[in-house]
Design a protein around this ligand. Structure first.
Ligand code: NZQ
Ligand code: ZN
Length: 388
């Protein structure tokens, strides 16, 4: 096991009707907030009205900024920074999914910084940030407790991430009932993202990480059991609750403790959603199995463990590679079963910009991605070809 530090300051308020506590939870941080959200979903569901009422009940003033789109854009972040400065707002409340939360986090680091907020997505360290609060509407990105934000710069369509403990939300409200209105495709995309967050940590060459292996496997199995139930009956509270909790558990840091993590599939996927504006989870359903087929020989044992413990595949001791490949196929079958694409064509991508994506992903071929196997530009290109 590797040395590690673990810090998880986000207060989680979980369960039915919890969004009505948003005013109370915000009050101790600020009385002047930016209310940030996406498209129409929170207005249609009535969530917007409940949040506004709760804020008003506590005497909290707010200025609102809607319009965050999936794969959130830098231009709206800049608008949010200006609104906060012009109105003296010192708290960002995100009501929505990963895109809204990530946009809120970017605004939170941009307000106290005099330079260009994009600097933080090019490696600049964060020194100061406004506090961010969250009412989550889709279990997927895990941004409700993560130290990350991923933003797309329309100038060149670069989708880049940043990380700092200073942007971990101070609280996140998780009410599974709010996810009943999700279209099936969004539920499935969210599921793929959650599973990917676990697998990016699971596929490691670090030895003696038994506890985190078992926690990863338990969380994956929870997803495999509950996602089909939620798709069958969107109002199944228990299934929705398991998925929502798994989404948080997958990505707040615990499952990666003591081990070297991979993250190549995420890096590759960000190039796809950056250029083609597809849902991040759908992109991952395409990239992850392809990545697995390309790298499994690096550590067949780990893939055998995945196949046997997560998918209950019988281990073929004479041919371990066969077992490993069967585990990968089970994952692919699961993604198909919940309605996700597993090839680029199924994702709707028919032109060929793989060379360009491989290049952007490895900064013009000057760096590698991933750790399970360090992937150079040519490797990324080969994975995209497998995904085709
Ligand atoms: O805009 P509205 O109308 O709200 O519709 C949204 C959006 O179209 C809809 N939606 C959300 N909650 C709903 C709902 N529709 C009906 N009922 C509800 N309850 O769902 C659509 C997708 O929303 P989005 O926020 O984009 O989804 P997600 O949470 O998957 O976030 C994706 C973004 O997060 C980034 C991704 O790259 C992507 O940009 N990630 C962020 C991470 C982080 N900060 O730690 C890590 C992840 O790996 C990921 O990269
Ligand atoms: Zn993700």
């Amino acid at each position: 096991m590797e040395n590690f530090e673990f810090y998880s300051p986000t207060r989680i308020v979980f369960g039915k009707d919890t969004e009505n506590q948003v005013g109370l939870l915000t009050k101790s941080y600020s009385k002047k907030v930016l209310l940030h959200y996406g498209g129409s979903s929170i207005k249609k569901s009535g969530l917007y009205d409940r949040v506004v009422k709760s804020l008003r009940d506590e005497g909290i003033e707010f200025v609102e900024l809607g319009g965050v789109v999936p794969n959130p854009r830098l231009s709206l972040v800049k608008e949010g920074i200006k609104l906060c400065r012009d109105n003296g707002l010192n708290f960002v409340l995100a009501v929505g999914g990963g895109s809204v939360i990530d946009s809120a986090k970017a605004i939170a680091i941009g307000v106290p910084y005099e330079g260009d907020v994009w600097d933080f997505f090019n490696g600049r360290q964060v020194e100061k940030a406004l506090p961010v609060g969250v009412v989550l509407t889709i279990p997927a990105a895990g941004s409700e407790a993560s130290p990350n934000s991923v933003i797309t710069n329309e100038d060149g369509w670069y989708k880049r991430g940043m990380g700092s403990d200073l942007v971990r939300p101070v609280y996140s409200i998780l009410n599974p009932v709010l996810t009943y209105t999700l279209p099936d495709y969004q539920t499935a995309c969210g599921a793929a993202d959650i599973m990917a967050h676990i697998m990016e940590r699971y596929f490691t060459n670090t030895k003696n990480v038994d506890l985190t292996d078992r926690l990863c496997e338990a969380t994956l199995k929870t997803m495999i059991r509950n996602v089909p139930l939620a798709l069958e009956n969107p109002n199944d509270y228990n299934a929705r609750a398991e998925i929502m909790w798994a989404g948080k558990v997958a990505h707040f840091g615990l499952l990666g403790t003591g081990r070297v993590q991979d993250w190549a599939s995420h890096d590759i996927e960000h190039e796809i959603s950056g250029i083609y504006d597809v849902a991040h989870g759908a992109g991952l359903a395409v990239v992850f199995p392809a990545w697995m087929k390309y790298v499994y020989k690096e550590n067949v044992e780990r893939f055998v463990q995945f196949a046997s413990r997560v998918w209950n595949v019988d281990v073929c001791f004479e041919d371990q590679e066969k077992t490993a490949l069967e585990g990968i196929k089970k994952l692919e079958d699961f993604f198909r079963r919940i309605g996700l694409p597993v090839t680029m064509k199924e994702l709707g991508i028919t032109d060929d910009r793989m060379e360009e994506m491989a290049s952007k992903c490895t900064r013009g071929g000057t760096s590698t991605v991933g750790n399970f196997k360090k992937l150079a530009k040519n490797d990324v290109y080969n994975i995209l070809r497998i995904a085709n």
